[in-house]
Design a protein around this ligand. Structure first.
Ligand code: UTP
Ligand code: MN
Length: 508
């Protein structure tokens, strides 16, 4: 902070002209020092101001006339680009020779610009593209997996996570959107100037970024990271089957770690029991290699019960991630309806092979005619879906006890191998299986590829910009009052008026 006294003095800058003196306020002139030198620039500035011209100390977006001496247009552009980091240059800027200013001063008023005053630039618009333009919806941008600003995005995502733990969704999404914008930048953020013109950066995020740029860390992020609540909520929600609500209740009761759930005799559902039992394995990242091994198992299982089914790896692995927290699969069949009843058969097969440690299936409950398109953007979709835990053998397949469950009800759930502990020969892996009818396959593919923020932004774009409603089942156009069909993700992007973004660039 500049002390008040000094601030007062320095705020009266010599370019801050009295309106009586400045006769032509609409013409904002910036004199380029390059080649001219500081003393000649100062002399010309004083002279011009004495004649009522508005001379600006630094180049800004409000500058209308850029004047230089003995420079080519290219040189002036390069110089300006350098001094504004490519931010402020607009196509409409007047690059002029000093003769325009001297002649204007002689006339006592800014002259109309003639061709001979103008510095020539090559026809290509500019050597460097003018600044980075970042579109405001994540689904309009390309976000690669690896980016340049993890030191900022990791920090913002801790605050987003913490806001989720406090059930403050608005705040959480705001932090995630800020982080996502930084992920899309083609360069590292070095100073606050780099944030100019970027969308979605709220005041709070900017404050955090500023602190990290200036001090290396943010006190808010560090105190969050160290806080008992954050650490306990992270550990407790890290148990498969435990959501924020249960974790928060347990935290208030004094529980901190997953084992506290056992020691204090909490009543756990089957998912949570499996979650505690396989806690370490399920919190160890799943590698691409393991995902591929699981793919082979799922293919074998599906092919054993239905020929011609199509099995696709979804989620983070489809976006090119090397590790994930689970493995997601979407299963369909070219022949509409052939996929019906597939899930129970696949699970049966897997159980017989001893490959399942836990599974919970929900039946397909989506009926277009009944449900319509409207659903909250973060709602679970309603495909036939199985949340499961696979027993992945490191060597040959092992054997397990088969499940004794019924598939007649809408929901089935079972846990096996309760006495088994992961050992050196196998590990537990979270696997999600989703079955979609072929007519919904493109929507399901788009919906299950992620990232979560990318999906959320797609739905926000559809609703706010297009008057459409997008889900993992369908796209509904409210204006036309009809469903828009699609056989590929490309067609869905086209319906939405968006440029196609491939999965590897949906890492928003
Ligand atoms: P994941 O939670 O598995 O995330 O959801 P991920 O991107 O694969 O990341 P990791 O590596 O596993 O942590 C995968 C996709 O499935 C969608 C999510 O929106 C995400 O795009 N999904 C998930 C649904 O559509 N519905 C759900 O109920 C769950
Ligand atoms: Mn996943």
């Amino acid at each position: 902070m500049v002390p008040l006294k000094r601030r007062k003095v320095t705020s009266v800058q010599d370019d801050n002209q009295d309106s009586k003196v400045c006769k032509f306020p609409e013409v904002a002139i910036f004199i380029v020092e390059r080649k001219m030198g500081a003393s000649r620039k100062a002399f010309l500035s004083r002279l011009a101001r004495s004649k009522g011209f508005r001379i600006e100390e630094s180049y800004s977006p409000s500058t209308t006339h850029v004047v230089s001496e003995s420079n080519t247009g290219e040189e002036v552009l390069a110089w300006l680009n350098n001094h504004t980091e490519g931010k402020a240059l607009t196509g409409s800027i007047n690059l002029l020779d000093i003769s325009w200013l001297t002649e204007s001063m002689a006339e006592g008023k800014p002259l109309a610009i003639q061709d001979r005053h103008r510095l020539k630039t090559s026809p290509k618009p500019s050597a460097d593209p003018p600044a980075t333009t970042v579109k405001s919806y994540a689904c309009q941008r390309r976000t690669p997996l690896k980016h340049h600003n993890t030191f900022l995005t990791d920090a913002l995502e801790i605050l987003a996570e913490n806001a989720e733990f406090n059930e403050n969704e608005g705040r959480s999404v705001a932090f995630r959107r800020s982080a996502s914008v930084l992920k899309a930048l083609p360069h590292v953020v070095r100073g606050m100037d780099d944030l100019k013109n970027l969308p979605c950066l709220g005041e709070h995020s900017v404050r955090v970024i500023k602190e990290i740029l200036e001090d290396g860390t943010s006190s808010e992020v560090e105190s969050t990271r160290q806080s008992e609540q954050y650490q306990a909520m992270k550990a407790l929600t890290g148990v498969f089957g435990v959501g924020v609500k249960s974790a928060d209740r347990w935290f208030r009761e004094g529980l901190r770690r997953p084992l506290d759930l056992i020691h204090t005799g909490q009543k756990l559902n089957l998912a949570q029991q499996a979650g505690v039992q396989y806690y370490n394995d399920l919190n160890r990242p799943v590698t691409k290699r393991e995902a591929v091994a699981i793919s082979h198992i799922v293919e074998k299982a599906v092919n054993a019960v239905l020929s011609g089914a199509i099995i696709t790896l979804m989620g983070g692995f489809r976006r090119g991630k090397e590790v994930g927290h689970d493995v997601d699969f979407l299963i369909t069949h070219l022949e509409e309806g052939a996929e019906e009843g597939l899930m129970p058969k696949v699970l049966n097969w897997l159980e017989e092979q001893g490959l399942l440690l836990y599974q919970k299936t929900t039946r397909n409950s989506y009926l277009e005619s009944k449900d319509g398109p409207a659903r909250p953007p973060h709602n679970l979709d309603r495909f036939e879906r199985c949340f499961s835990i696979f027993k992945l053998e490191k060597g040959k397949e092992g054997s397990g006890t088969s499940l004794n469950t019924s598939y007649d009800s809408g929901t089935t759930e079972g846990i096996t191998g309760t006495t088994e502990q992961p050992g050196p020969s196998w590990r537990a892996v979270r696997v999600d299986l989703v079955v979609s009818p072929f007519s919904q396959f493109a929507f399901a593919t788009l919906g299950w590829t992620g990232s979560k923020l990318f999906e959320r932004e797609l739905r926000r774009w559809a609703g706010q910009e297009k008057g459409m409603s997008l889900s993992s089942h369908a796209l509904y156009d409210s204006k036309q009052q009809r469903y828009l069909r699609a056989n590929s993700e490309e067609e869905i992007f086209a319906h939405l008026g968006l440029e196609y973004i491939p999965p590897s660039e949906r890492n928003a």
